[in-house]
Design a protein around this ligand. Structure first.
Ligand code: BTN
Length: 229
């Protein structure tokens, strides 16, 4: 894997879109001026406060790419679990601890490349994250000691491994399911402006969350799902 370190960039995902195709290129930035989250949201990207990293790989079929959020979620989880066992996954692609989000993944499939953007909150204080829509935290706020370079090194290994799993159609969704506490629970689903309750049964081979709502099976491609309180 070739790694490029940048002091500042608009977004590491955008940088890799502009760059000539190179399978296995990784770009890391100290700061992003236009960090992107999913669904057009911003990703907080202050200098030295987070790990902002993107990877470029050869494209994979749309069907396999639909599993990339899940597979790379497991990759990030494996790295974070070396620091603390309490991290878990929230379908479809967030990593949580103590009910708060610490990391998110933004996969982008282009005709000639797959870009995987990963953000992990490292040094933000609770106050700095308090204005975010979703309750969020950082390794510092959780008092978990870490070494940024070590996280990056482990992440490179895990991301390469899960890309290979995806390509060989060998990613096992059970790895996600067993680290996702939603599965098997009564959940509340918020879809656009609708809200309904159901039971999360599992994740299907396309990466959809399978829920039972009023005795009927529903497959969700995305959405905000939480354990019913
Ligand atoms: C999300 O949970 O909404 C996804 C967040 C993804 C953030 C990372 S930071 C590195 C890469 N560059 C970006 O602009 N976004 C991703």
């Amino acid at each position: 894997m070739k790694v490029i370190f940048l002091e500042e960039v608009d977004s590491t995902n955008e940088y890799l879109k502009r760059t000539e195709f190179f399978h296995g290129l990784c770009v890391v930035a100290e700061k992003q001026t236009g960090g992107k989250g999913r669904r057009g949201k911003k990703w907080i990207s202050e200098e030295g406060k987070g790990l902002y990293v993107s990877f470029m790989f050869s494209p994979i079929s749309y069907q396999i790419a639909s599993l990339s959020s899940l597979a790379f979620g497991v990759a990030v989880l494996n790295v974070l679990k070396t620091l603390d066992k309490r991290f878990y996954l929230k379908w479809p692609n967030d990593i949580y601890i103590n009910g708060k989000k610490i990391s998110g993944i933004l996969p982008e499939l282009l005709s000639d490349r797959l870009i995987i953007g990963i953000g992990i909150n490292l040094n933000y204080t609770k106050d700095e994250l308090s204005f975010l829509e979703v309750p969020a935290t950082s390794l510092f706020a959780e008092k978990i000691p870490f070494d940024k370079r070590n996280i990056l090194d482990k992440l490179i290994v895990e991301v390469e491994k899960y890309y290979e799993f995806l390509k060989r159609k060998a990613f096992n969704i059970k790895e996600f399911e067993k680290n996702c506490p939603l599965i098997g629970k009564e959940v509340t689903i918020i879809e656009e402006r609708k809200q309904f309750d159901g039971i999360a049964l599992g994740i299907d081979t396309n990466g959809c969350l399978v829920v039972e709502v009023d005795g009927r099976i529903k497959r969700l491609f995305s959405g905000n799902v939480s354990i019913r309180s």
